[in-house]
Write a protein that binds this ligand. Structure first.
Ligand code: TYD
Ligand code: MG
Length: 452
């Protein structure tokens, strides 16, 4: 018998009667009717197997023989390669390079004993071929299937028995037993849940491509994140040549890694030395810039913070940030004003991180504050120097973690001076050529800036 239910298009809440307002997310008029037709979806009937509780000591360890994609950046963010039987979601705005990346990875993974099926719901086989020629995809074990019906896709998967399946994109798939349109919350959720079962049962690794809407969520609500094993998001905007792939969730590896790629004429190329990329003009002496060291996952790299402070003619001065959290900037401005004795309340402040990367760590506070002070006072940040330190509300410079790694990376790139919290000086074991300048509070740090 057919069943009628109502799904909130904002959060995915399921109700058996229509409601004006969603009890879960509070959104008005978000319920959409859906009829579930029994018996129309039967690619593979799941056999019922009884599961019994087992003592943990008797549970067999999951054999994690991973496949390497031969793209180091990608292997690293997955935690050392692709895990068989996992479901990986890759999100990003349209045109950022999701199809490009997965086609390249698919090509590298495909071999005589590991075939790859690329299910293209958005492009015809000929259109995919155009991209494939551009990327020099030449493996005979790389298959293209232009299809959006999950029933058909499953049958083809069972025929071909590929080790890797790429679905481009999850928003185009549909199951026949749900009458809602492809891309609606229930279609996306049901298709993903089904593919998860398939991946686990058949030990196939499935990559799902998901478009991210303007609000930054996959398919509106983030309904998929809890179903899949791994979630990767392309972070930076399309205006930059660089693409940052960030791990948001990973059941089989670290979840703070980022991978950096650059979009070239013939596909996405991995960037192995990110510091060089974000520091192009760092050696010139200009006011309003500071170099900070940030840690992303297992890697440390340097980024340039740029600030511009100029007198405002608005009643409420502007504070505009790119790559830095807005609230963090407001906090730092308040500390600079009160503890650093800088008069910023009638100044517009713009802060930007060069290269389009985002810095999230409090360890970058000192660098951001010094860039702002440097622009305000028209004094330059010392040459070949990096700044590390978190700023407390009382203006004190607080210690941060993983200091040795940061210093090592800076000295590798030719930096020979480091402004850091006083309390870290003794702890730092690195006896490199680096000169350490310890600071206890923000005023002391500002004094290190030099007149041009
Ligand atoms: P695409 O992978 O189609 O994006 P998505 O699947 O995320 O929507 O990438 C599209 C963009 O990448 C497009 O603007 C063209 C550009 N591009 C290159 O610069 N080089 C290439 O080799 C390819 C295939 C695409
Ligand atoms: Mg695409």
């Amino acid at each position: 018998m057919d069943k009628t239910r109502f799904i909130c298009q904002n959060c995915g809440y399921v109700s058996f009667k229509w409601q004006g307002r969603c009890p879960a997310c509070g959104k008005w008029d978000s319920f959409q009717e859906e009829i579930v037709r029994k018996g129309t979806f039967s690619p593979l009937r799941q056999t019922f197997k009884e599961t019994v509780p087992l003592p943990i000591t008797e549970v067999k360890e999951y054999e994690q023989r991973r496949y390497s994609t031969r793209v180091e950046e990608f292997d690293r963010i997955l935690g050392g390669g692709v895990v068989p039987g996992s479901l990986v979601l890759i999100g990003g705005e349209p045109g950022i390079g999701k199809s490009t990346l997965l086609m390249e990875i698919g090509n590298k993974l495909s071999s005589s004993n590991c075939s790859v099926l690329y299910v293209s719901g958005e492009e015809s086989a000929e259109q995919s071929k155009l991209r494939a020629s551009r990327l020099k995809v030449n493996s005979p074990h790389f298959y293209i299937l232009p299809e959006t019906n999950l029933n058909q896709i499953t049958l083809q998967i069972m025929n071909l028995k590929p080790r890797i399946v790429i679905i481009d994109s999850i928003q185009t798939l549909y199951r026949e037993d749900y009458n809602s349109a492809p891309g609606s919350v229930s279609q996306i959720r049901e298709c993903t849940a089904y593919l998860m079962g398939l991946a686990k049962r058949e030990r196939i690794t499935i990559f799902l491509i998901g478009h991210v809407t303007k609000e930054g969520a996959i398919a509106g609500p983030r309904v998929l994140e809890h179903i899949v094993d791994t979630v990767l998001y392309f972070e930076s905007g399309k205006d930059y040549q660089y693409r940052i792939l960030r791990v948001v969730k990973n059941r089989f590896g670290p979840c703070s890694e980022i991978g950096i790629f650059s979009m070239e004429e013939d596909g996405l190329k991995e960037v192995t030395n990110p510091s060089k990329l974000f520091l192009k003009n760092s050696l010139e002496d200009t006011s309003g810039t500071a170099i900070v060291s940030t840690i992303e996952g297992s890697r440390s790299f340097l980024v340039e913070i740029q600030a511009l402070v100029s007198p405002s003619n608005l009643a409420i001065p502007r504070r505009i940030t790119q790559g830095v959290d807005y609230n963090r900037l407001c906090l730092l401005l308040a500390v600079l004003e009160k503890q650093g004795k800088l008069r910023l309340y009638d100044q517009d402040v713009y802060v930007n991180v060069a290269g389009g990367v985002r810095v999230r760590e409090p360890a970058c506070d000192l660098g951001i504050a010094l860039a702002i002070a440097s622009s305000y006072k028209e004094q330059t940040f010392p040459k070949n120097t990096i700044a590390i330190g978190e700023i407390g509300l009382s203006g004190d410079i607080r210690p941060v973690g993983v200091i040795d790694k940061r210093i090592k990376e800076a000295s590798k790139l030719g930096f020979n001076r480091c402004i850091l919290p006083q309390s870290l000086i003794k702890k730092s074991k690195i006896s490199s050529k680096m000169e350490f300048i310890g600071v206890r509070e923000i005023r002391e740090a500002i004094k290190l800036l030099r007149r041009e």
